[in-house]
Ligand binder design. Structure first.
Ligand code: FAD
Length: 359
């Protein structure tokens, strides 16, 4: 919104719990062109590896590049921009509630009640509160722990990122590791699961240690940073317009079957800004095409009920399809014909049964 220059006359209030001072997450995504945040892309790779027991491939993914942004670079970049715009006010506090009332919006921030006169004020909310589940609601967690490790001697091939390594054991459920090499001696190594429950803290560390020693064959290394995260994977229906406008994960921008969110947020933000600039009603904003939600919910159903191991599904996907096709599909950018081709490479009967369940 700020970059467009079209909102200089508007007053913008940004409320968050606390200043963004920590490198609390790493974002990975793929795109074919330099994107909106190209200036802060920390590393990018033209080649990705997919590894599993009976199939492994390292492939150039042109025209895509797999990109990584550090959380702290993103926060600094955005707040440097925000500081240049006098019409933006930043307030820190815990937003406990808000409600549109007659000609005003009442906020509870920390213990204070704050009233904003409603002159067509729009609220964009990114506080995710899971909806009340019903009997069809599925909730899986994507949870992960990552270490940035430094080795004493050249170890990593920095030209390729390992997107998924399914050689790790599957005793906890669907689990894989990934490796993002920054240079020959430094890499982010992440251990990820799609399961119903979190592990104990020490179990993530044990799995990371095991992966680094068994599969990367590294014994001498130092952990210089770590991250932990949980991303909801759910078939919950997200309503965009409900007591304000819901954005980000709170607005259903997390892909239910993979947890990828970053690019979907950028797309949603662009659509919202476009609508506001044209003075269009946000109610007409096009959400995710229904068929992608259907695919996601089908896959989620299979993972949740353990109908086919996640490892088998992702291995089939990458074995039988070009990675570019898989990336396009996972980005919700494929055509129906491309989707049918991809779906035909997956085990038919369990997918059909799970799909019928979604109708
Ligand atoms: C560690 C981690 C790594 C991830 N990596 C990737 C990745 O590689 N690729 C990808 O596509 N996605 C990734 N994700 C998923 C997703 O992209 C991120 O979660 C992303 O930050 C979601 O953006 P958001 O704006 O929806 O939520 P957030 O970034 O979580 O922003 C919500 C904001 O609301 C504030 N807030 C919450 N409650 C209140 C309250 N009561 N009062 C005031 N403020 C409040 C929070 O402080 C926060 O600033 C990752 C997530 C995590 C946690």
């Amino acid at each position: 919104m700020l970059r467009s220059g079209k909102f200089a006359e508007k007053k913008i209030l940004l409320i968050d719990k606390a200043p963004k001072l920590k490198n609390d997450r790493t974002w990975c995504f793929w795109e074919t062109q330099p994107g909106f945040f190209e200036d802060i892309v920390y590393r990018k790779w033209d080649t990705i590896s997919f590894l599993s027991d009976h199939f492994s491939a390292t492939t150039n993914i042109s025209p895509y590049q797999y990109k990584m942004i550090k959380g702290i670079d993103f926060y600094s970049y955005c707040f440097d921009e925000i500081k240049k715009h006098g019409n933006v006010e930043v307030v820190y506090g815990d937003v406990r509630a808000w409600k549109y009332e007659k000609e005003a919006i009442n906020f509870k921030i920390d213990d204070k009640d704050i009233k904003l006169i409603d002159r067509g004020t729009k609220i964009f909310n990114s506080v995710y509160k899971p909806a009340e589940p019903d009997k069809r609601t599925i909730r899986l967690l994507q949870h992960f722990k990552g270490w940035i490790i430094e080795t004493g001697k050249p170890t990593f091939q920095s030209s390729a990122a390992t997107m998924m390594d399914f050689r790790v054991h599957q005793r906890h459920g669907t689990a894989f590791a990934y490796v993002l090499p920054f240079n020959e001696t430094t890499a982010l190594v992440e251990y990820t699961l799609f399961t119903k429950e979190l592990l104990l803290k020490e179990q993530y560390d044990a799995e990371l240690r095991e992966y680094i020693s068994q599969f990367l064959a590294i014994s001498d290394y130092r952990v210089i940073e770590e991250e932990f995260g949980v991303i909801p994977m759910t078939n919950e229906r997200f309503l965009f317009g409900r007591n304000g406008w819901q954005i980000g994960t709170a607005g259903g921008q997390t892909k239910a079957s993979t947890g990828y969110t970053f690019q979907f947020i950028q797309k949603q933000s662009q659509q919202i800004t476009g609508c506001l600039i044209l003075g269009k009603n946000l109610n007409y904003l096009q959400g995710t095409a229904k068929r992608f939600r259907f695919y996601d919910n089908t896959l989620l159903h299979i993972l949740y009920h353990n109908k086919i191991p996640g490892k088998t599904i992702f291995t089939q996907l990458f074995k039988k399809n070009k990675p570019q096709q898989v990336l396009k599909f996972l980005d919700n950018e494929s055509s129906l014909a491309e989707e049918l081709k991809i779906i035909s490479t997956l085990p038919t009967i369990p997918f059909l049964k799970a799909a019928i369940n979604q109708l």
